[in-house]
Design a protein around this ligand. Structure first.
Ligand code: GLN
Length: 493
């Protein structure tokens, strides 16, 4: 028999429906894969075997009675940022020690309603702040990919590093993730997986620990484009608990695969060619352009002139919102409490002990840019820049562009503990140079693996679409995937 963990969601779905495999067998295969791999990879910070087995059993009963949902019996990993009732939900922060919510996030509730099985909670950067998964209270995640001939441990990207590593290493069929500035797309690019950040408002944010509320969106990381389409269909919904979720029908994203690119215009933004970008990234981009041209798309040069301001503006807007959102962790309501001589002292001690270095840095920056005297100079200015960035995209789409193709990241995965990056947070922030603009404009963005660099590490391309036109991204991504193939790390763990 083939290894059950090698089945894509689409393949497993067919076999489950045909009843040639059971949800219980599939779940057991993943639980034992996690058991043998997690010590080396640290992708899961909590495994929920009892819950997984009970959910799989219920799935098998529904499959037997012909009442299967769209994800019936499919075992998934859930980023620790999503509230899961009665289960570990700590945003990988010390400050949420022991917190188990009494409610379920809307996105995960949608997945369970469609029959998916929960395997456990996935590692991530603390409160989704980071690009390497090194800011987690639970320690770094190890990328299942290694450079050719090397045993050096690489990061899987962040903040959804556990999600990306678990998908790449076959420790779940797919995973939930979130993206505030690149946290779905950058880890997908670093691990040879596919990730989509849908349009702001496509998925409900209810029950997802807030980082920067105007930028945060949930989305899937999966092994291929089709699986990503299947996942997003189940995750997306309007929700009365999130007034920014949008009441639009959720299309059948799978139906967008296999469509022609004839008559479609793909924009190539000249500002995404940054100084010091390695030659292999430029080559990958050119290769992507050639594939789309071959498939009948028209390639047009476009300009997004405010791109260079996106990262600095993001690092004002995101910390500002984070400093406000994270004010709720005060030792009274959730998780950790460090007692003090009075209540103010208790707050201070709890927050000093509970938050890690990167989170503290964001809170300090956020409170600074929101403080009287600096608010107009920084926060309001950044909001204005944000509007200009959004307008750049609107002009391109208005001129007839259907989607935009860019590299996903300026490099492949780097080493855990990279000294240069650890010493200079701005260098780490530069990882998101190609992805943050998309969050600032609220647009859908997708990362698709497109090749390997000279070291044998995966590289991704990014597609950016019009609001609520994720289907176009799936159509174009499918063409890239058919040309590039899919990418699996060789097993060493
Ligand atoms: N790396 C970016 C940051 O640290 C984006 C994180 C994210 O998308 N959650 O803020």
């Amino acid at each position: 028999m083939t290894d059950l963990t090698s089945l894509t969601i689409a393949a497993a779905r067919d076999q489950l429906k045909a009843r040639t495999i059971s949800a219980t067998e599939l779940t057991e295969a993943y639980l034992s894969a996690i058991d043998s791999a997690n010590g080396a990879l640290n992708a899961y910070i909590a495994v929920t075997p009892d819950k997984a087995r009970a959910m799989a059993k219920a799935s098998d009963e529904r499959l037997a009675s012909g009442k299967a949902g769209a994800l019936e019996g499919i075992p998934l990993g859930i980023k620790d940022l999503f509230a899961t009732e009665g289960e570990h939900t700590q945003a990988c922060s010390h400050i949420l020690d022991g917190f188990k919510p009494r409610y379920e996030s809307t996105v995960t509730a949608n997945l369970w309603k469609d029959g998916a099985v929960m395997l456990g909670k996935l590692n991530m950067d603390e409160f989704a702040m980071g690009s390497s998964n090194e800011s987690s209270w639970y320690g770094p995640v190890v990328n299942p990919w290694r450079a050719r001939g090397s045993e050096e441990k690489l990061v899987p990207g962040g903040s959804s590093g556990g999600s990306a590593a678990a998908v790449a290493a076959r420790l779940c069929a797919a995973a939930t993730a979130t993206d505030t500035g690149g946290s779905i797309r950058q880890p997908a690019a670093f691990t040879g997986t596919v990730g989509i950040k849908p349009t702001y408002g496509r998925c409900s944010r209810w029950g997802i620990a807030a980082f920067a509320s105007s930028l945060d969106q949930a989305g899937p990381i999966a092994r291929d484009v089709r699986d990503c389409a299947i996942m997003l269909k189940s995750m997306a919904s309007v929700d009365k608990m999130d007034t920014t979720s949008v009441d639009l029908p959720v299309p059948d994203y799978e139906a967008a695969l296999g469509k022609s690119l004839k008559g479609r215009k793909i924009g190539i933004p000249r500002e995404y060619r940054v100084d010091g970008m390695p030659g292999e990234i430029e080559a990958l981009w050119q290769q992507g352009i050639a594939w789309l041209k071959d498939a009948g798309a028209e390639i047009v040069d476009i300009s997004l002139p405010h791109t260079k301001y996106a990262l600095p503006a993001y690092y004002i807007v995101a910390p500002a919102e984070a400093s406000s959102n994270l004010a709720r962790y005060d030792g009274v309501r959730y998780g950790l409490r460090v007692d003090g001589k009075d209540i103010a002292d208790m707050y201070e001690k709890t927050r000093a002990a509970g938050f890690g270095k990167e989170v503290k840095r964001r809170i300090m920056i956020g409170t600074y840019v929101l403080s009287a005297g600096y608010y107009d100079a920084y926060y309001i200015k950044a909001q204005k820049v944000r509007t200009l960035i959004k307008r750049d995209f609107e002009l391109a789409f208005h001129a007839g562009v259907d989607a935009i193709l860019t590299p996903a990241t300026p490099s492949s995965a780097f080493a855990i503990g990279d000294k240069e990056l650890a010493a200079d947070p701005v260098k780490m922030y530069l990882n998101d140079i190609f992805t943050v603009t998309v969050n600032m404009a609220g647009l859908p963005g997708m990362a698709i693996p497109a090749g390997l660099d000279p070291k044998g590490l995966p590289l991704g391309l990014q597609l950016i679409g019009k609001p609520f036109e994720e289907e176009t991204l799936f159509t174009v991504a499918d063409v890239i995937e058919k040309a590039a193939g899919t990418f699996t790390p060789s097993k060493w763990w």
